[in-house]
Design a protein around this ligand. Structure first.
Ligand SMILES: *[C@@H]1O[C@H](CO)[C@@H](O)[C@H](O)[C@H]1NC(C)=O
Ligand SMILES: *[C@@H]1O[C@H](CO)[C@@H](O)[C@H](O)[C@H]1NC(C)=O
Ligand SMILES: *[C@@H]1O[C@H](CO)[C@@H](O)[C@H](O)[C@H]1NC(C)=O
Ligand SMILES: *[C@@H]1O[C@H](CO)[C@@H](O)[C@H](O)[C@H]1NC(C)=O
Ligand SMILES: *[C@@H]1O[C@H](CO)[C@@H](O)[C@H](O)[C@H]1NC(C)=O
Ligand SMILES: *[C@@H]1O[C@H](CO)[C@@H](O)[C@H](O)[C@H]1NC(C)=O
Length: 782
């Protein structure tokens, strides 16, 4: 226990130490644009020559070089100081120079990660019975892979590896490609240079890490099995969530790109190297469950934005997680319009856990409790004033033999803090009282039952009336129940829109399951990722947008295999326009964190509906040129746009609204007067001749007209445009209202969210006057 104690604290404090290590040189990415890279050796030499220009000796330049990117675009990363970066930026041929940042995995906590609904009875709509996906390759950018997991064994009768595949399965520490790779896991690479430049050489004897594609954290194994895990019968976590495990596209091929290391840190220099390889390796989908919380950098300073742009140009769909910074508005990450951004929501499965107090009072919570617990029940404030369940407040008080009742509101305190506090006090268990909108089960370091405020208040008042310390509590093993409503509910932690950098494109795009998801786990890593936990499991529950992202990636793999000619934009459109707006009871999906009806800023177009996405009827397609126009309208200069696209572009003289980007959702973030927006749809339905009718739900205070109201498609014309006119009908200084535009041919329903912020009130001048008056006042004491 003592050992465990120290290493557990070490985990928490390590990140502090790393932040303090300041060095004058940093890893910078030097981007040379989209060059037609013919000769890799020549290109590498060219990179080195450029870099040598800022060093006295060529040897020093060689030393500082981190990567030379030469497969899919041209550039390099190097460890240099700010003067050298500025000099390089001025050199001929250099498009941009920016610092490589460290991005973070999108899990809800450091020791509790994500999962997948592997229970076939709860997931009948999964279309994998219909398609095979043998011919699609999903690239997972994450913490690597545990290749021995049954999720990565071959499915029966798999075809040979697609001939388009040019990737590699590389060898490394505890990773023998001959044993690890097969017809399922067809590629595995790892990228460490950028990480090591920032954090020093990885010492694999000091910590559990592998200089290889092997996963030492569990996150990458979990996300990969969510997206493409093979079918495995009888998966469960100690009996919970028992059923057949399988990814969204169980026959799709897996290519692993390990870019995230200890503490879930992922260097942008490494990520860009993975994009460079994955694009030329020939993946069809890239799934990346990491990001950097706001403030968001401009698009031209982000390697994920640049990498995903080049991927999109090659027809590769890039799927990102939205982040776990919810439920406050405007914190969504990964917002570029050419990638897909995924929020997280619950599924219809609960783990009810009964608590009996003194044989007289029953309450029910949720947990993964495996055994009958009999103990005394004590409220935290019995131990010290205030009852704040935090380690530093507890001060060595022993709680042996007790189950402790803690309130999140007292402190306030996070459940992880409370678990550590009562674990250190040697308690038997924890009953944690939390807001009902923030309840979801996770794997815990100590038996922990989550209950809501009403039940918690009952327990608290019962304990206040008892004068002795002898209240007995019995906690029964948890059960797995399905078909529980409301479901789905948006996770409170799921990052919400609007995008803080381009509010005229709705983000997130879509939501998918990301709460208490069961998926593959490396047996060498405890399910809580802590040393104090000695359990070994093959399957683990995790929560986060990290888990919802690969759900979408798996479905994209299926869509790609059914519709190989669809662009990433068409695939995204198919998923968005067919997404569920309602839950299993046909009520509007709730938003966790507020318990009110969700808005498009919570779930984008809605909750992923894989079967419908196969046959959306119409799609909104977008080309690279449309995205360049988007960047122009966003106010970026030609030079700044070149830093993203790598090519010289021309912008029209006048900026127009980005509401005209042919996106499957419509957002006008400042409607000051009547405006008209254009959209173009393509008929991808089975019937070439079809007629679609529009129906409209107008946002509050906006008159919406669609023209024409009828769209006809035939053998000769599979594309049609329509116009949406928005007329403000109220005085407002900006608040978002929501509506929708739906096209239907009687069979297909093609729904687009319509988000409008009316900004008509001309009170601005009055505000200005007040402001200038204030400026005119003499300043006291000046
Ligand atoms: C950056 O490195 C160069 C070459 O080593 C050196 O001449 C220069 O003084 C350094 N500048 C800073 C700001 O450290
Ligand atoms: C973009 O990156 C460059 C190089 O690191 C930096 O000088 C510039 O300030 C960054 N721009 C923004 C707006 O962050
Ligand atoms: C790694 O850590 C071990 C144990 O602390 C130490 O003995 C060894 O010298 C370290 N290796 C490197 C390369 O730092
Ligand atoms: C807890 O106990 C340890 C060992 O007895 C002691 O060193 C430490 O100061 C105590 N901490 C507090 C907060 O009382
Ligand atoms: C908890 O138990 C361990 C091992 O028996 C002991 O060393 C430690 O002092 C106990 N802690 C408290 C707060 O009682
Ligand atoms: C109840 O337990 C607490 C903590 O062990 C102790 O401080 C308190 O004196 C006890 N009260 C009674 C009435 O036994």
């Amino acid at each position: 226990m003592t050992n465990g104690y120290h290493s557990f604290l070490g985990l928490a404090f390590m990140s502090l130490c790393l932040i303090q290590s300041v060095s004058t040189s940093d890893v910078y990415i030097v981007y040379l644009g989209l060059k037609d890279v013919q000769d890799h050796i020549l290109t590498s030499n060219y990179h080195l020559n450029l870099l040598s220009g800022v060093f006295q000796r060529k040897e020093d330049a060689k030393q500082s070089m981190v990567y030379s990117y030469k497969q899919s675009f041209s550039g390099f990363s190097a460890k240099i100081n700010s003067t050298q970066a500025a000099t390089l930026a001025e050199m001929e041929g250099v498009v941009s120079v920016f610092k490589s940042r460290i991005l973070r995995l999108h899990t809800t906590r450091s020791w509790d990660f994500m999962g997948l609904n592997l229970n076939p009875t709860a997931d009948k709509s999964n279309p994998l019975q219909l398609t095979h996906g043998d011919n699609t390759i999903v690239g997972i950018f994450d913490t690597g892979i545990w290749p021995e997991s049954k999720s990565f064994h071959e499915e029966p009768n798999m075809h040979p590896i697609p001939r388009t595949w040019k990737g590699k399965c590389v060898s490394g520490q505890n990773f023998n490609p001959k044993k690890a790779c097969n017809l399922k896991l067809i590629g595995a690479r790892y990228y460490l240079e950028g990480y090591e430049q920032e954090h020093g050489t990885l010492n694999t004897s000091e910590t559990t890490e592998y200089r290889s594609p092997r996963d030492a954290i569990g996150h990458g194994t979990h996300t990969a099995s969510i997206a493409v895990g093979s079918t495995v019968k009888t998966a469960s976590f100690f009996g919970f969530g028992q059923g057949t495990a399988r990814g969204g596209a169980p026959r799709a091929r897996l290519a692993v790109y390990k870019v995230c290391w200890e503490d879930g840190k992922c260097s942008e220099a490494d990520i860009l190297a993975a994009f460079d390889d994955a694009i030329s390796d020939g993946v069809d989908v890239i799934s990346a469950s990491f990001g950097s919380p706001p403030p968001l950098l401009p698009f031209y300073n982000s390697s994920t934005v640049i990498g995903s742009f080049h991927a999109m140009q090659k027809g590769i769909s890039v799927i990102f997680s939205a982040g776990n910074n919810g439920p406050d508005p405007s914190v969504v990450q990964n917002v570029a319009p050419w990638s897909t951004c995924v929020g997280a929501s619950s599924i219809d499965r609960n783990f009810p856990t009964r608590i009996l107090v003194d044989n007289s009072l029953f309450v029910t919570g949720e947990s993964f409790n495996t055994e009958l617990i009999e103990a005394k029940l004590v409220v935290a404030r019995r131990y010290f004033r205030g009852g704040i369940c935090k380690m530093d407040k507890w001060r060595n008080k022993s709680a042996t033999g007790a189950v402790i009742l803690c309130f999140s509101i007292q402190g306030p305190v996070e459940i992880e803090d409370a678990e550590v506090a009562v674990w250190l006090a040697n308690a038997t268990g924890l009953i944690f009282v939390n807001s009902p909108t923030r309840q979801y089960v996770e794997v815990d370091i100590i038996p922990t039952i989550r209950i809501d405020m009403i039940q918690g208040t009952k327990l608290n008042n019962y304990l206040s009336q008892s004068i002795t310390n002898q209240t007995k509590v019995r906690i029964f093993p948890s059960k797995t129940v399905i078909k529980q409503s409301p479901a789905p509910v948006v996770a409170d932690f799921s990052s919400r829109g609007p995008s803080s950098i381009s509010p005229d494109i709705l983000k997130p795009d879509i939501s998918a399951p990301g709460i208490s998801i069961l998926a593959a786990w490396p047996p060498g890593i405890s399910p809580t990722s802590t040393d104090i936990d000695e359990r070994s499991v093959e399957w683990n529950f995790q929560s986060g947008t990290s888990m919802s992202c690969p759900h979408v990636s798996g479905v994209v793999a299926l869509l790609k295999s059914v519709h190989p000619d669809w662009s990433p934009a068409a695939i995204k459109s198919a998923m968005m326009t067919t997404a569920y707006k309602t839950d299993i009871n046909r009520d509007t999906i709730l938003s966790g964190g507020t318990n009110e009806e969700s808005s498009p800023f919570d779930i984008g177009a809605g909750h992923l509906n894989p079967l419908k996405a196969m046959d959306p009827g119409l799609v909104y397609d977008t080309k690279a040129d449309d995205y360049i126009l988007f960047l122009c309208n966003n106010g970026y200069t030609k030079d700044q746009i070149k830093r993203i696209t790598g090519t010289t572009v021309t912008c029209p003289k006048e900026h127009t609204t980005n509401a005209n980007l042919n996106y499957p959702s419509i957002t006008v973030f400042s409607l000051q007067s009547t405006m008209t927006i254009k959209r173009t749809v393509r008929n991808v339905g089975y019937k070439k001749t079809s007629i679609y009718f529009a129906s409209i739900v107008s946002p509050n205070g906006v008159e919406v007209t669609v023209w024409p109201r009828i769209l006809c498609f035939s053998y000769f014309s599979d594309e049609s445009s329509y116009y949406v006119t928005l007329k403000p009908q109220k005085l407002s200084q900006g608040r978002y209202d929501y509506g929708e535009i739906v096209w239907s041919d009687g069979y297909h329903t093609v729904r687009s969210p319509l988000v409008v912020c009316v900004d008509t009130a001309t009170l601005a001048s009055a505000v200005d006057d007040q402001y200038s008056e204030a400026l005119d006042q003499p300043v006291a004491g000046a």
